[in-house]
Design a protein around this ligand. Sequence first.
Ligand code: SF4
Ligand code: F3S
Ligand code: FES
Length: 248
Amino acid sequence: MGYQAKFRVWRGDASAGDLRDYTVEVNEGEVVLDIIHRIQATLAADLAVRWNCKAGKCGSCSAEINGHPRLMCMTRMSTFAEDETVTVAPLRTFPVIRDLVTDVSFNYTKAREIPSFTPPPGLAPGEYRMKQADVERSQEFRKCIECFLCQNTCHVIRDHEENEEAFAGPRYLMRIAELEMHPLDTADRRDAAQDEFGLGLCNITKCCTDVCPEDIHITDNALIPMKERVVGKRYDPIVWLGNRLFRR
Ligand code: SF4
Ligand code: F3S
Ligand code: FES
């Protein structure tokens, strides 16, 4: 059975904005994105929203729903009581372009800064051979749909814009971990992770992991192992001695 829901949707642009109220029909089985589309179709034709797959796979429809960073297309209306007001706002960490659409280019900038996969010299694509056991952990990271919910949620930049330069965020620290764990990657990414991409700023609060719609264990499987590798390199007495003797 359908019902009338109360929605509050943030409307505005980079200069100003506020929450606007809409009363809108909800039908059985619908998700928040369906309702946003109905508002767009019947009440506010100029409402800006980014989406693409409506299947939790493209990572476009991230928003803050009743204060929780989530995908609109994967948030069922049955999550809420029928008399509950559902508030939908844009991701807080990234600059608003208009309404629910934010400028997420920060993430693409960080992605570009990471040195790419570096196979051994002479090994061409098509010649890569690896054991499944050696790529099992990093395959989990490949499930990422780049929704940027983790990037939006991590307090290191959410509450401290000034850290943006020095911190790549959980998604891209995970990418560095993925490459570092890759059996064919020859680059040593440990110093860069710490010094250029801000691994040390992560204090393992795990908020990134909590919001990941792909259920990737970002903190336990990528960030903590990466921190251990950095510590292992920097404080390994043999490495230390080697550095003292040969890298003067
Ligand atoms: Fe989204 Fe998870 Fe990828 Fe972060 S790691 S961008 S939360 S899918
Ligand atoms: Fe941020 Fe995740 Fe670390 S939320 S502090 S990157 S564990
Ligand atoms: Fe693609 Fe929601 S529309 S993840």
